[in-house]
Design a protein around this ligand. Structure first.
Ligand code: JFZ
Length: 462
C-alpha cells in the first residue's frame, strides 16, 4: 500500500533493530540458530531448563503461537486504512467528522471472538487508540472516544473483553504513543489545510502532560478490561526516549505484574515484533511475534483485495512456529462492524487445519535442525516423557520415503495425524545419516501433513 516517506525510514529503523538482534546473538548464525527458543508446553510437566523458563509471565503467550490482531477505528469510515489522517492530509477538525459517522450497528463481539476461536487463535489484540488518537474505549481522559463522540455510544472493548473471557481467548490491547489528535503533540507539518502528522513531536512543555494522559488511559484500560498484554506502537515520534519507555514499562508493571508488554514501548519490553516478515532464523534467545496483514492493509481499506491464500497463511504460521515465534494475524473490520468475508474465510480454513494438526503448533519449541528441512518444517516438544518432533510436510515424497537428515535417535513411535483423529502408524529405519520414514503415497493434507516422531533418549541431531 502507498505510504509516506517516513514509513520507509521507520521500516529501515525496524529493519536495523531486527538486524542488530540477529547480529548480537552471533558471530555465527549457525551457533545462534542452534540455541533453542524456550517454551512451556501445555498441560505437560515441563523439564526445559533455560533462563527464560523462570519467566512464568510469558508462558501462556509462548504456548499460544497464534493470535488475532484487530485494527478498528473511525478510519474505517473513509475506508482507506488507518494512516489516512496523515496520508490523506486531513485536518484534525475534518477528521473528527468521521466519529460522527461511526455507527457500526452490525458489530457483534461474540461473533468476532468466535471467528478468532474457530481459527485456532488463542489471543486477540485490538486497537484501543491508533495514531489518529481516537479512543475506541470508554475513557474519562478525553471526550474523543467511541462512547461520547459517536452516534453509536457503545464500548466495543468492554463487549470484546467479556466475550474473550467467555470463549477462553486472551484479551489484549494495542496503544499508540504517537497521537495525531492530541493537543500535546505537534504535527510534522501543521499546515491548517494540508497537514502531515507523522512523525509528531511534543508541543514544547507538554510532554509531561501527555505522559500523564497516557498513564491515565492505560490505567483505565487495565482496570476496565484487564488486558493480558499491551501492544505499544508509534514510539518513533520525536522526543519519546528509551528512558521514557522504561519509565512507562515500570509504571505498567507496578499496576499489573502479569501484564506482557511488547518492545515498541521503547527501551524495554518482553518481546520483539518483526512486522510483515518472518526472520529467516527466528530470533534465538528472544521471544518474538510476527504481525502480518491478510491483504496489504491493517485498517479497513475498501480498495485492497490483495488477499494472501489460506495456504500461504498456514505455511507462515508453521514457518514461524518452527522458528519459535508467534503469528499475530490482522483483520480490519469495516465501519458497519463486520470483518470482511475474505478474511473470515481464510481464518476458517486455518482453523480447520489446526483442529487436526494443532498439536504440532501449540506449546511447541523451535526446530532443533540448524539447516532448513527440504520438505517442510519441524517443531519440538520436550516433556518428562521425552522428546517429540513434529514434522510438518509441505512437499510429500513421491517415492514413499521421507528422509529426516542428521537425526541419530532410535524412534519409539511414528504416526501421521489424520482427519478422523486416528493415529496412522508408520514404519521407520535409522540409517547412518538420519531416519527414513515410510509414508503412504498420497499426502493426507494438501497444505501440510503432520508426522509425529517420538524419539528415545536425549535428542541427538548432528
Ligand atoms: C505500525 C503502524 O504504523 C501501523 O499502522 C500498524 O498499526 C502496524 C501494526 O504498526 O507500523 C509500522 C511499524 C513498524 C514497521 C512498519 C510499520 N516496521 O517495523 O517496519
Amino acid at each position: 500500500m502507498e505510504q509516506t516517506n517516513s514509513i520507509y525510514s521507520k521500516m529501515i529503523y525496524y529493519g536495523r533493530i531486527l538486524f542488530a538482534v540477529i547480529g548480537l546473538s552471533v558471530t555465527g548464525l549457525v551457533a545462534a540458530n542452534a540455541a533453542q527458543q524456550v517454551n512451556n508446553t501445555v498441560g505437560k510437566t515441563n523439564t526445559k531448563t533455560t533462563a527464560k523458563q523462570s519467566d512464568a509471565r510469558m508462558a501462556w503467550w509462548q504456548d499460544a503461537r497464534f493470535g488475532m490482531f484487530i485494527h478498528w477505528g473511525i478510519y474505517a469510515v473513509p475506508a482507506h486504512a488507518e494512516w489516512y489522517m496523515t496520508n490523506g492530509h486531513v485536518p484534525r477538525g475534518k477528521y473528527e467528522e468521521y466519529a460522527k459517522q461511526f455507527d457500526p450497528t452490525k458489530f457483534n463481539a461474540d461473533q468476532w471472538v468466535k471467528i478468532a476461536k474457530e481459527a485456532g487463535m488463542k489471543y486477540l489484540v485490538i486497537t484501543s487508540k491508533h495514531h489518529d488518537g481516537f479512543c475506541m474505549f470508554n475513557t474519562k481522559a478525553t471526550s474523543y472516544n467511541v462512547v461520547k463522540a459517536t452516534p453509536w455510544h457503545k464500548d466495543p472493548l468492554l463487549a470484546l473483553s467479556r466475550a474473550c473471557h467467555r470463549y477462553g481467548v486472551r484479551f489484549c490491547v494495542y496503544y499508540s504513543i504517537m497521537d495525531w489528535h492530541s493537543p500535546d503533540q505537534l504535527a510534522a507539518n501543521p499546515d491548517a489545510e494540508n497537514p502531515t502528522y507523522n512523525p509528531t513531536s511534543f508541543v514544547p512543555g507538554k510532554k509531561e502532560a501527555y505522559i500523564a494522559y497516557m498513564k491515565a488511559e492505560l490505567k483505565e484500560l487495565i482496570d476496565q478490561y484487564h488486558p493480558a498484554l499491551i501492544w505499544f506502537d508509534g514510539e518513533w515520534m520525536n522526543g519519546w526516549t528509551d528512558q521514557d519507555g522504561r519509565n512507562l514499562y515500570g509504571y505498567l508493571r507496578s499496576l499489573d505484574p502479569k501484564l506482557i508488554i511488547n518492545n515498541r514501548i521503547k527501551g524495554a519490553g518482553d518481546y520483539e515484533t518483526p512486522e510483515q516478515q518472518i526472520p529467516p532464523n527466528g530470533l534465538p534467545g528472544h521471544d518474538w511475534e510476527t504481525c502480518m496483514t491478510i491483504n496489504g492493509s491493517w485498517g479497513y481499506n475498501a480498495e485492497d483485495h490483495n488477499w494472501k491464500s489460506a495456504d500461504t497463511l498456514l505455511h507462515n504460521l508453521i514457518d514461524i512456529a518452527s522458528k519459535g515465534g508467534n503469528y499475530l494475524l490482522n483483520v480490519g473490520p469495516d465501519a458497519t462492524g463486520v470483518i470482511p468475508q475474505p478474511e473470515v474465510q481464510r481464518l476458517k480454513e486455518m482453523g480447520a487445519w489446526l483442529k487436526i494438526n494443532g498439536q504440532a503448533i501449540y506449546g511447541t519449541m523451535a526446530s532443533p535442525f540448524t539447516e532448513q528441512l527440504p520438505w517442510g518444517r519441524c517443531t519440538r516438544e520436550t516433556t518428562t516423557e521425552g522428546t517429540t518432533l513434529n514434522l510438518l510436510v509441505f512437499d510429500w515424497p513421491k517415492d514413499g520415503k521421507l528422509f529426516v537428515p542428521k537425526l541419530k535417535n532410535p524412534i519409539a513411535d511414528a504416526y501421521l495425524l489424520t482427519v478422523s483423529g486416528e493415529h496412522k502408524q508408520l514404519k521407520t529405519v535409522n540409517s547412518n545419516d538420519g531416519v527414513i520414514i515410510f509414508v503412504p503415497p498420497v499426502a493426507p493434507d494438501k497444505i501440510a501433513s503432520v508426522i509425529v516422531l517420538k524419539i528415545k533418549g536425549a535428542l541427538q541431531v548432528e
